[in-house]
Structure formats: C-alpha cells, structure tokens
Design a protein around this ligand. Structure first.
Ligand SMILES: NC(=O)NCCC(=O)O
Ligand SMILES: [Zn+2]
Ligand SMILES: [Zn+2]
Length: 485
C-alpha cells in the first residue's frame, strides 16, 4: 500500500485550526498527527490544508436556450481541480414528458471523463404520476436526495406553484431536499416583452427585466410553499437583499431554509451590463443578474452571520460566439457564466484577505456546510480519519492575475479577467491523487466517481415530527345543537 503524507501544514477545517501532518492511504485519510513519516511526502510548509471545495451548482454540457454549455465534465472538472474544488454537483434535466430515469442515464453518459468526484441534482420540469413514482426510485436507488425547481424560464424549465407544492410534498415523504431557482417567471416574461417593444434589446435589458423584487417575491413564495409542504428548501443563486431577507426571516422563525450566493454575485456588480462593448456585457448575462454593491454587502453579511450557507458558481459557460445569438434580442443571449476555477481564489482574496470571513468560515461555505446539507459529510467536506482525501494545500502567498488565456475552461473569456488573486492551491488532491501541483495540472480523465447521497433522514424526521404534532385536528365536541334549530 502506498502512502502519501502531507507534511508541515496547518490544518484548517470549518471549526478548527491546528498544525498536523496527514497520512493518506487508498484515497482516504488514514492518520492525522505530528511528525508522520514514510511514503510520498508533499511539503505544505507555509500552507493551509483544507477540505477540497465542493461546488453544489454546475451545468456542464447542459442543453439550454438552443445550445449546450461549453464546458463538459472534462474541462469543467479540470477547471474545478485547478482552483481547489474536488467535487461538483451538476443537474440532470428531463425534457417535459421525459422519464427522470432516462434523463439520468443521459447525464451519466456525459461523465466518463470527469477528473474529480461528482453527483447530480434531479430537476422537476413537469409533473404527473410518473414523476411522483420515479422520485422514489431516484432517492432510494439512484443516490440523489435533491430535486431542482425552476420558477423562471417560462415555456421551458419553469414549473408553477401547483407543481411545486406537489413535488415539495413528495420530497417531504422521501426525505429529499427541494432546490429552487427563485425568480417570478411570469413577471420576467412580461417585463422582457415590454422592454423589447420599447426597443431595449441590449444585454442591460436582461438586468432590467429581472429586478431584485422578482427574486424576493419568488424566494418568499418558495419558502412558504415548502413550509406548508413540510420540507426544508434550498434557494440557489441568492443574489440580492430581497431574497436574503426572506431566507433570514424564515430561519429566524425556525424554518429549515438554506441560501446559496454565487462568487459572481459577491464580487461583480451590475455596472458590467452598461459596458459599451456588447460582448463584454453579454458575456455577463446570467439569471439572476449581477446586482448593486448594496446587495453584495448583504450577501457577505449573510455568509459571516450564518443566514447564508454556501458559495457556489452556477458554472454554465458559453463562448462569445454562443452569446452573440442574442444580438438584437437580449432574451436569446444564453444565460450563464463560468467560475469553477476562480471560486476559491476569489472568495479567499475578497473574503478572507479583507476580513469579511475567517478561514474556518471559508471552509464552511466552500465545502463543509454543503457536505452536511447534501448528507455526504464526513466522507466529503471534512479532515477526519476515514474521510476521502479530497484536499487542497492552500498557499496564501501564491498569487496570479486571472486571465482567460491561462484557464482550463473551454470558453474564450473570463468574467473575472484582470482580477488579482492571492491564495491558490499548491496541491489539489482528489481521493489522495495529486491533480494539481504548483499550477501544473496532473488530473486524470475518468478518475471522478459518482457520489451517492442517502435520504436526509434527520431533518426530514424532525420536520415531519413537528408537522404531525401541529397538524390540523378535528375538535371532538359533545352537546352539538341539532342543525337548523
Ligand atoms: N444561471 C444562469 O443564468 N444559467 C444557468 C441556469 C440556471 O441556473 O438558471
Ligand atoms: Zn438557476
Ligand atoms: Zn444553475
């Protein structure tokens, strides 16, 4: 058996910071302690050794808006590893009327070149008896405990309240967690049509058509529907105070609601859409759009105070040529931006280095919290004996200027172009295998494995116990007057 030892580093987890070495055997952490010896040694002097990042929100090779997102499981997972992320969770999207099991097979077929571990969320894109039945198979047999619901993209992926309430109730029965893209798709569609009719056809109109109110209303609605269905709910790409406020309020009332800001929304603002260069603005079109600095402050505060739990990327990268489909009609610009390679360095630079986050909070919001939410902790998101050796040896003195020319992503630009980041992986290890060393990519195509996620029994049981205790009950009465008297 070959061992790898990470020596002389400082271990940083979501709750502890301490000096120790780590021995890895057969892809898992075998020992943690001082002065470990033997095997291949990786020098972590001056570095922090942290659980590898988990990105809970990616769209690799996703069919969307008449095209496919440009990064697949090869370039996407390479980009992830280059930036210290060791697991991605992608979305399987059935076409309306399509079996979820067929969709899952289609998505499984995309993953043969994955260089890091991955899992799937399943999307609810239509509703019927077949969906109701297959949800059980997806949870019990396929290792997927999350179902995504789009309240936006009218006429495509969008589901209505009726469908969402039915699905959420099924999630409650199965111990599954609904995820929600919360934007009011009906309002967006009308605002888009109005803007176009007024001649507002550029990328800035994308932002005008999706104001924070559209997101706040939908977030609040999703949370209330989840509460009535008796299930927790996870709001993806929380971008604004209106949405954050709804999440915060619900959590204060004891509801199990989670919020996920993106690194893009934390660090880029809506001035990007007013750039005179059409390509520049269109490359940044995503939903929800970038917001003002006041909204960014709200998101940072939510991460520090614990009302928001995870930082993701929603990595859904389109080339400039793909974006140009929307010249003359902003509604046709494929929605999505990249970020997989940049999430950790950007969050470290603009979060930890500025004092907005502690190192432990950084680990929590990039890895541990989502591992717990998705029920894969401590296999992932932990530095404990027996955990997968998905690790990043983080060099706080290693820096770079982000540029598309040096990235792993297949697209021809980077929305963070020119940003100076300080803090990069010295090593990234995926199940003990070195995939990145001092900037050199050594990842292995096909190394990635599917990570099965069992039902969320603990929160589901707590919620169903409470719901049962507080359920409507008929009042038994004696001496009821005869009717009509
Ligand atoms: N976010 C975005 O604009 N594109 C990806 C699909 C989604 O998550 O809504
Ligand atoms: Zn979305
Ligand atoms: Zn997404």
């Amino acid at each position: 058996m070959t061992s790898t030892i990470i020596k002389n580093g400082t271990i940083v987890t979501a709750d502890l910071t301490y000096k120790a070495d780590i021995r890895i055997e057969d892809g898992v952490i075998a020992e943690i302690g001082p002065n470990l010896k033997g095997g291949t040694e990786l020098d972590a002097t001056g570095c922090y050794v942290m659980p590898g990042g988990i990105d809970p929100h990616t769209h690799l090779e996703m069919p969307f808006m008449g095209t496919y997102s440009a990064d697949d499981f090869d370039s996407g997972t390479r980009a992830a590893l280059a930036g210290g992320t060791t697991m991605v969770v992608d979305f399987a999207l059935p076409n309306p009327g399509q079996s979820m099991l067929d969709a899952l097979t289609m998505w499984d077929n995309k993953t043969s070149r994955a260089a890091c571990d991955y899992s799937f969320h399943m999307a609810i894109t239509w509703w019927g008896e077949q969906v109701f039945n297959e949800m059980e198979t997806i949870v019990r047999d396929k290792g997927i405990n999350t179902f995504k619901h789009f309240m936006a993209y009218k006429g495509a992926l969008m589901v209505d309240d009726d469908e969402m309430f039915s699905s959420f109730q099924r999630c409650a029965e199965l111990g599954a967690l609904p995820l929600v893209h919360a934007e009011n798709g009906d309002v967006v569609a009308q605002m888009q049509a109005k803007l176009m009719a007024e001649g507002n056809d550029g990328p800035e109109a994308h932002a005008y058509s999706r104001p924070p109110e559209v997101e706040g209303e939908a977030t609040n609605r999703a949370i209330m529907i989840a509460d009535m269905a008796g299930c927790p709910v996870y709001i993806v790409h929380t971008s604004c105070e209106q949405s954050h406020e709804a999440i915060r309020r619900a959590r204060q009332k004891g509801m199990r609601v989670y919020g996920e800001p993106l690194i893009q929304h934390l660090t880029l603002d809506d001035s990007e859409y007013f750039n005179k260069d059409w390509d520049h603005a269109a490359r940044r079109v995503m939903s929800p759009p970038f917001r003002s600095k006041a909204h960014q402050d709200s998101l940072w505060a939510g991460l520090a105070s614990g009302s928001l739990q995870c930082v993701a990327t929603d990595h859904c990268a389109f080339t400039t040529a793909q974006k140009r489909t929307g010249i003359g009609d902003f509604r046709k610009i494929p929605n999505g931006t990249g970020g997989l390679e940049d999430r950790l360095p950007m969050l470290w630079t603009f979060g930890v280095s500025t004092g907005r986050l502690t190192m432990n909070e950084f680990v929590a919001v990039t890895s541990t919290n989502i591992a717990k939410i998705l029920n894969i902790y401590p296999k992932k998101g932990a530095i404990l004996v027996g955990a997968d050796a998905d690790l990043v040896v983080w060099d706080p003195k290693r820096g770079k200027t982000i540029t598309a020319g040096a990235q792993q992503s297949a697209i021809d630009y980077n929305v963070f172009e020119g940003k100076e980041v300080m803090g990069l992986p010295r090593f990234t290890l995926t199940r003990g295998q070195v995939a990145v060393e001092e900037g050199a990519i050594k990842s292995q195509e096909g190394h990635g494995r599917f990570v099965s996620r069992p039902p969320l029994t603990a929160p589901a049981k707590a919620l169903s116990t409470w719901k049962e205790l507080t359920a409507p009950r008929k009042v038994e009465r004696t001496g009821i007057p005869a009717s009509g008297v």
